[in-house]
Write a protein that binds this ligand. Structure first.
Ligand SMILES: [Fe+2]
Length: 410
């Protein structure tokens, strides 16, 4: 058959993005807009105890909302099931996720599984789960991020840990994109320096991987629209989001870590994280996330730190396939690339990322997370199975390549 290249890109995000200091106080207006007599707030104990919710829920009627605060980092399937049980009790008209990626992910999946029935595992891809697709929209969902990193507030993906199998599984569906992203930089001011640094480096990695991922037309056309992958390659539109995100994060991260109350820096980070999320959830990611997902599942390493320590060596490996793009990234991160050749400029981008990570306290390589020589082969094997992430990597990457990248990142 004659090769038919893809000639179309798609771009989706939340129906609404509301951004700015004070945006979270508009939650009561959102509740009214949806005429929601019953609201389920999904969060974690830390967020609930820190009073982050107080302003947002202050204007809601006490008997109109229920708080489920059982979310944990890297939530296991049991957490998702508990949240669903809470939803069954109150039959919400609106689900609100408040917190980091974990709380927002649990909120998103609760919304669709509550609406359509079945078990969470039914919707996880085969062979781990039943492979059912989500048939339609869930309960309307609003997400309020309290970190600047995951981009979950607009993404169609949720990540579920299956601890018995050392596996992280995902559910991906356009119906999991939240209806409303209420992004309030003010909600991130109490985030301590460590999580600010790691979530910020995660956001930077989303923007960089989305910017260099393969272009939408570098793959065969799907037979039907519905067969087009969620990660459908970079386009002029995702490029704009990624570029701005890289610049914002490059400008804001050091100051946000230095002084959490620096609202300008927090605003830059929230905007950068949001825009990086919009970019990667349309364009796709690459080898950094394949390695980080495998390492997170097997060794339970924190996601943001893992990507920060892996990204520079992935950039060096990819440089020959996307040198011009990496040169632009160097420049967006404030490096002077004038007079530098494309390879030298691409190297400057990797160094700039390494320096930024070190400046915010992330250094020492993957070995600082307890990963040793003996772990490398297994991690490479596991990462090589993450085809959904690797297919977009700008340079073809084999199991052996992954092993070499991980080894250099120790
Ligand atoms: Fe990430």
């Amino acid at each position: 058959m004659v090769y038919r290249p893809e000639s179309v890109w798609e771009f989706s995000t939340s129906k609404n993005i509301t951004f700015g200091v004070g945006a979270s106080a508009e939650l009561s207006d959102v509740v009214a807009e949806y005429d929601a007599g019953s609201v389920l707030v999904v969060t974690d104990e830390g967020v609930a105890d820190a009073g982050v919710l107080d302003d947002a829920v202050a204007s809601l009627d006490d008997d109109s909302y229920t708080v489920f605060d059982g979310v944990e980092p890297d939530p296991s399937i049991g957490v998702f099931e508990d949240a669903l049980a809470a939803a069954a009790d109150v039959d919400p008209d609106l689900v609100v996720g408040v917190g980091g990626g974990s709380s927002m992910d649990v909120a998103k999946t609760t919304s669709v599984v509550h609406a359509h029935g079945g078990d969470v595992l039914d919707y996880v891809a085969e062979p781990t789960g039943g492979g059912d697709s989500i048939p339609g929209p869930g309960v309307p969902t609003a997400c309020l991020p309290t970190t600047a990193g995951t981009g979950s507030e607009t993404s169609p993906v949720t990540v579920i840990s299956l601890p018995d199998e050392d596996l992280k599984a995902g559910i991906s569906s356009r119906h999991q994109r939240p209806d409303i992203a209420l992004v309030d930089p003010g909600l991130t001011v109490s985030l301590p320096p460590g999580p600010t640094a790691s979530s910020g480096m995660d956001a930077l990695s989303h923007a960089i991987e989305a910017y260099v991922t393969r272009r939408y037309d570098a793959k065969p056309a799907p037979d039907r629209r519905m067969d087009r992958p969620d990660y459908n390659g970079r386009s002029m539109v995702t490029d704009q989001f990624a570029r701005t995100a890289i610049e914002q994060i490059g400008n804001g991260l050091r100051n946000a870590v230095d002084n959490g109350h620096d609202l300008d820096a927090r605003r830059q980070m929230s905007l950068g994280s949001l825009m990086a999320g919009v970019a990667f959830t349309n364009a796709g990611l690459g080898a950094t996330h394949a390695i980080a997902m495998a390492t997170g599942a097997v060794q339970h390493t924190p996601h943001g730190v893992t990507v920060a320590l892996t990204l520079p060596e992935v950039m060096r490996f990819n440089a020959t396939s996307a040198a011009d793009r990496y040169a632009e990234i160097a420049s967006l991160l404030g490096e002077d690339v004038a007079g530098k050749g494309r390879n030298e400029a691409a190297e400057a981008a990797a160094t700039a990322v390494e320096n930024l990570a070190a400046d915010v306290g992330i250094e020492g390589g993957l070995s600082s997370l307890g990963i040793g020589d003996n772990d490398v082969a297994h991690l490479a094997e596991r990462a090589s199975q993450l085809e959904r992430l690797l297919v977009g990597n700008p340079r073809r990457v084999t199991r052996d390549d992954l092993e070499a990248i991980i080894r250099r990142s120790l």
